[in-house]
Ligand binder design. Structure first.
Ligand code: PEP
Ligand code: MG
Length: 331
């Protein structure tokens, strides 16, 4: 079984009828880099940059960030790296005061407060340093930038203005910045972003659907709260409908769209995700072989038919049954 999975590393993630699926890794700390190479990922679909800001009193400056991104981009040897700018706040708030990032007042409800992109737009100097470091590493390999917790198109527009301003400043200083700036994408991880995906698609270069927060905000169930964990259901029809709406908004514009939440790493959910039109999944590196195995056993038209059946359902239990029965076919 282990050798079978190891052999998979060199095989393409392609369905029986020849559709290619991009399988990328999520990275939380640089120590995971060797795992990514072992798993045969085609790049990093989600580089969470919070590790740079944790367990320290001060903020990492542009040079310190550049060094960290350079290590990662060089280790990926030409495969694309999607760098998400700081996603602080909410459940990721533990060290915020130590790093002096967030205001000491957490607000009445941190999950709905100053976090993610909102925090960065309030503290543009954080965003500027991060954009500058990412633009400087772009010479070393293909990178893209991802904005966390977007809720409306104006936020993306405002972030892009800052991005372009930083690029102009670097060029004036004689720093080599690629003529075509790396793509700037939006996380779709709130119901508001999903339902306004057609408007956000006009401002963003790509989408990454974050199913962890999307399920949390859609179902009003904190992802870290064990008392309501039984209600945390990414297969709830409300979550699936939002994912479908956002995916279709991207596909209509031929804009890249990926799924990078935990759902993307579950082999049982692959038929549904492919059936909804997703062709790029980013997940924990360790999940890649099994997801690839699932893809290699599937036919796209079967997936599309299956997704239509799932999306006709409105009963969460029936959806669970359908998806799990499909999963057994895979094993
Ligand atoms: C998500 O919310 O699904 C996601 C991928 O981001 P994170 O888990 O880092 O919040
Ligand atoms: Mg998230």
């Amino acid at each position: 079984e282990r050798t079978k999975l190891a052999k998979l590393r060199r095989l393409p993630a392609v369905t029986t009828d020849g559709e290619h699926v991009e399988l990328q890794a999520n990275l939380e700390i640089p120590a995971e880099l060797p795992l990514i190479a072992q798993a045969g990922a085609q790049g990093i679909g989600l580089l969470r940059t919070e590790f740079l800001f944790m367990n320290r009193e001060d903020l990492p400056d542009e040079e310190a960030q550049l060094a960290a991104y350079t290590q990662i981009v060089e280790a990926m040897a030409g495969d694309p790296v999607t760098i998400r700018v700081l996603d602080w706040g909410g459940e990721k708030d533990m060290e915020a005061q130590a790093s002096g990032i967030a205001p000491t007042h957490a607000g009445p409800n941190p999950a709905l407060g100053l976090r993610g992109l909102r925090l960065l737009l309030k503290r543009p100097e954080l965003l500027e340093a991060q954009f500058a470091a990412i633009l400087r590493v772009a010479e070393r390999g293909p990178v893209r930038i991802l904005l966390p917790l977007v809720t409306n198109p104006a936020e993306v527009r405002e972030a892009r203005e800052i991005y372009e301003r930083v690029a102009r400043r670097l060029r004036r200083k004689g720093v080599g910045v690629p003529e075509k700036l790396p793509d700037l994408g939006a996380m779709i991880e709130t119901p508001g972003a999903a339902l306004a995906a057609d408007a956000i698609a006009l401002e963003a270069d790509f989408f990454a659907i974050g199913t962890n927060d999307l399920a949390m905000y859609t179902l009003a169930v904190d992802r870290a709260e064990s008392e309501v964990a039984h209600l945390y259901d990414p297969l709830h029809p409300a979550v699936l409908r939002l994912m479908q709406f956002a995916t279709e908004a991207a596909l209509r514009l031929r804009m890249p769209v990926s799924v990078c939440g935990e759902m993307g790493g579950n082999p049982r959910l692959v038929p549904l995700l492919l059936g909804l039109g997703i062709r790029c999944l980013s997940m924990n590196a360790s999940a890649i072989p099994r997801v690839k195995q699932a893809i290699r056993s599937l036919d796209i038209s079967d997936c599309a038919r299956f997704a239509r059946r799932v999306m006709e359902q409105s009963d969460p239990e029936r959806i669970q049954e359908l998806v799990m029965s499909q999963g057994q076919v895979l094993e």
